[in-house]
Design a protein around this ligand. Structure first.
Ligand SMILES: [Zn+2]
Length: 162
């Protein structure tokens, strides 16, 4: 299996496969330095670009430092992520042809004021890289904000903004 990084129509650089990948195969590992959610907030709270991936219920995150950090989001992706014993694998959802860009659904949460607009171009594009659950939470959050309340829920599967 060969992965290369090159420019992408979705966002800046993307990750492409040079060989065909069979459904269910592990394409890459989202590897990098592990740190607590609080440390990540302290270190990256003001950063416009981060490559953080939330583990478990979000109490730990991976600061991406591997090929997988270049994989772009798509609302109609060809891969998904699975967490096995604290490691995160990017796994093929279906057969992928050589030359295709590798994508997975970021399902972002905890993105601050950023709208995380999606440009994946898929027919199913929901317009944002936030998870459907986070989109509902944000709608509810906006109503709460008008009532002067603050919303600080931290649940979710992934924390990654860029
Ligand atoms: Zn999209």
């Amino acid at each position: 299996m060969g992965l290369i990084i090159r420019s992408s129509a979705i966002h800046a650089a993307g990750c492409y496969t040079t060989t065909a990948i069979r459904k269910g195969a592990r394409v890459a590992e989202y590897d990098g330095h592990r740190l607590s959610k609080d440390d990540a907030d302290a270190r990256f709270g003001e950063s416009p670009i981060t490559y953080l991936f939330g583990l478990g219920r979000g109490e730990m995150v991976i600061d991406g430092h591997s090929m997988a950090m270049f994989i772009n989001h798509s609302c109609d992706p060809n891969c998904e992520t699975e967490e096995v014993d604290g490691r995160v694998w990017i796994t093929a959802l279906h057969n992928i042809a050589a030359g295709e860009e590798i994508t997975y659904d970021y399902c972002l949460y905890d993105g601050g004021d950023d709208e995380c607009v999606c440009n994946c171009g898929s027919a199913y594009c929901r317009g944002t890289m936030f998870s459907p659950k986070e989109m509902r939470r944000r709608k509810a959050g906006a109503k709460k904000a008008r009532k002067g309340k603050r919303d600080k829920e931290k649940a979710g599967a992934r924390a990654r903004t860029k």
